[in-house]
Design a protein around this ligand. Structure first.
Ligand code: SER
Length: 590
């Protein structure tokens, strides 16, 4: 059975049992600033687990795209990966332990409807109890209907209590493990089972959380109004169990990527870990970019940057030539056709982003490596040095730490963090200054972004219609942020067109004309503007044009560049809802 079938069977199984199949949310949570990425299938469902009625009902199931990077250094072993899909079914105050456990067992073992796993290779854990909640005898009794008792182990909250963070729904869980050894482990005592777990001879393939509790500031404060079930099964691991592999990289989800890497490598691959790291990191990068993340120095963008740059380093170890990493993109896109179609649809953009990020990194990689080698030879890397490596050479701090650790050298992380904070405060102060000064700040970068904003608005109006007007604007040296009236999400292909429109005007080196005229005259000419009433009778109109071709004509106080020639390349990095009927775009000039 391949991954496609396993995913499909799961959804069908739960659909048949009254669950609505809901689509995966994007990797970046839409309304939850507390996490950078969805890390579990339940994350987008938190409000519903807390009591808000879900529009699709009380029984839900899906396959959710997730990213977890806290174990990034473990990638390369048998089971860790940074992107994964979580199969999950939920009861929002509907069925509870009895049905949840029964269906988990049925799905895992049924040959007709499920996965047909050998029950003699299954082991279960249940919660042993603590001050927050009692020992889960109920789960034990239910399991005993399906499993011999000596393969059900009571475990502490450390492993068998699940919560997505310090706040929100949580509860005890029961976890299902599968024996992936060739020989078969047979009956085991709890100690033997725990040792087998350490050796990755049994792998967790499913987790049923009985979410009836609530956490606040890290403490369990009591019960929720309803008893929920939140189950999660990592697709990669379950595929591994079904396909009889002892590691995820040999499953059909990774094998084609691993093969392509082997083809791209100049030499026969000896470093399996490096090959796995490249496969994992590029796959995750592809999924992130498809969901709108772009490499940058902050938040999600920084994680993406780190993944791509780390992949570049390991690609070098394997002798994979410059620019070749992006050749993995079509292989990955193929896997998700018909499942997450946005990956294949964005293939061109993804290739471009990975290629460009690699280019950017390579420009400084050699000099940065030289610099680091000198520092390592000295035997220490100070926080200031590490910061220079970050800011001048684009070395993510974690990468510097890893490279240093390989030579037995430590990096002064605390003083790096202090340095970073200082830098952030400086730029924040700068931004606030600018904000206070509004358009009075006329450094070259903000001026160019200001002109880009005009071109972008004209592009948006061209492709989305005359109903689009400015609703707000905020420009810093790094980026523009622009709110505009439009009732729905603007698709990436339209954003690409708008981008192309702006870049076309930049490429032509348009003249930016400034003219004074009467407000009425400007209105009659069809000049774009919002808040007309705020302007005096005599207004300033900026026109961006190439000969007779007008790219933008807008009411404005300025300042603007004189010619668009040297503005750089324009890129829309994010489009999102701002408020009802208003969308927000963040864009940059590179
Ligand atoms: N939230 C639980 C987990 O991630 C079950 O979905 O394992």
């Amino acid at each position: 059975m391949d991954s496609r079938e396993i995913r499909a069977r799961f959804l069908k199984f739960f659909e048949k049992r009254g669950h609505a199949i809901i689509p995966s949310s994007p990797l970046v949570p839409e309304n939850d600033p507390s996490v950078l990425f969805n890390t579990a299938g339940m994350q987008p469902l938190v409000p519903y687990l807390m009591g808000t009625p879900h529009p699709s009902g009380k029984r839900l199931a899906n396959s959710q795209k997730c990213v977890r990077t806290q174990d990034i250094e473990e990638v390369g072993d048998k089971t860790h990966d940074t992107f994964f899909e979580m199969l999950g079914n939920w009861s929002l105050g509907d069925y509870f332990k009895e049905d949840a456990i029964k269906w988990s067992f049925e799905f895992l073992t049924s040959k007709e409807e499920g996965l047909g796993l050998d029950p003699a290779r299954l082991y279960m854990t249940v919660f042993e109890g603590n001050d927050d909640a009692p020992r889960d005898e109920e789960a034990l009794e239910i399991w005993k209907k399906y499993m011999p008792e000596n393969r059900i182990y009571f475990m502490s909250a450390k492993s068998n209590w699940w919560s997505p963070g310090d706040n929100g729904p949580c509860g005890p869980d029961t976890e299902m493990f599968y024996d992936v050894t060739e020989r078969g482990l047979g009956d085991m005592t709890k100690e033997e089972y725990m040792a087998a777990d350490d050796r990755q001879e049994v792998v967790e393939i499913w987790n049923d959380v009985f979410m009836e509790y609530e956490k606040k500031d890290g403490k369990v404060i009591g019960k929720l109004a309803m008893k929920n079930v939140d189950t999660g099964s990592g697709l990669e691991r379950i595929v591994m169990a079904i396909q009889g592999k002892d590691n995820v990289f040999d499953t059909d989800l990774f094998a084609p990527i691993m093969e392509k890497i082997a083809q791209l490598a100049a030499i026969e691959i000896k470093d399996l870990r490096a090959q796995r790291i490249v496969a994992d990191h590029i796959r995750t990068s592809v999924m992130m970019i498809a969901d709108g993340v772009r490499p940058s120095n902050t938040d999600q963008g920084y994680i993406l940057r780190r993944l791509i740059r780390r992949a570049v380093r390991y690609a070098d170890v394997l002798g994979i030539g410059k620019g070749m990493l992006s050749e993995l993109v079509p292989v990955i896109a193929e896997k998700y056709k018909g499942i997450y179609d946005n990956v294949a649809e964005a293939e061109g953009t993804i290739v471009k982003e990975i290629w460009e990020e690699e280019e950017k990194f390579r420009k400084t990689l050699e000099r940065g490596t030289k610099e680091l080698t000198t520092l390592l030879a000295r035997g220490s890397v100070s926080g200031v040095d590490a910061f220079t490596l970050f800011s001048t050479y684009g070395f993510p701090i974690e990468m510097t730490e890893e490279l240093a650790a390989e030579q037995g050298v430590t990096v002064d992380r605390a003083s790096f963090d202090a340095e970073m904070k200082k830098h952030q405060e400086l730029s924040r102060a700068g931004a606030e200054q600018k904000f206070k000064g509004g358009l009075a700040d006329s450094s070259d970068k903000t001026t160019a972004l200001h002109t880009a904003t005009h071109l972008m608005l004209a592009g948006l109006r061209k492709y989305l219609g005359d109903g689009v007007h400015q609703a707000g604007s905020n420009i810093t040296e790094e980026r523009l942020r622009f709110d505009f009236t439009y009732p729905q999400k603007v698709e990436r292909d339209v954003l690409d067109k708008v981008e192309a429109y702006v870049n076309d005007a930049i490429a032509k080196g348009c003249v930016v004309d400034k003219a004074q005229m009467k407000k009425e005259e400007a209105k009659a000419m069809g000049v774009e503007g919002s808040f007309w009433e705020k302007y005096p009778e005599e207004v300033t109109v900026y026109t961006v044009k190439d000969g007779g071709e007008i790219y933008s004509q807008e009411l404005c106080g300025g300042p603007h560049v004189e010619s668009t020639g040297a503005m750089g390349r324009f890129k829309i990095v994010k489009e999102e809802a701002s408020s009802s009927g208003v969308r927000r775009i963040k864009a940059i000039l590179e």
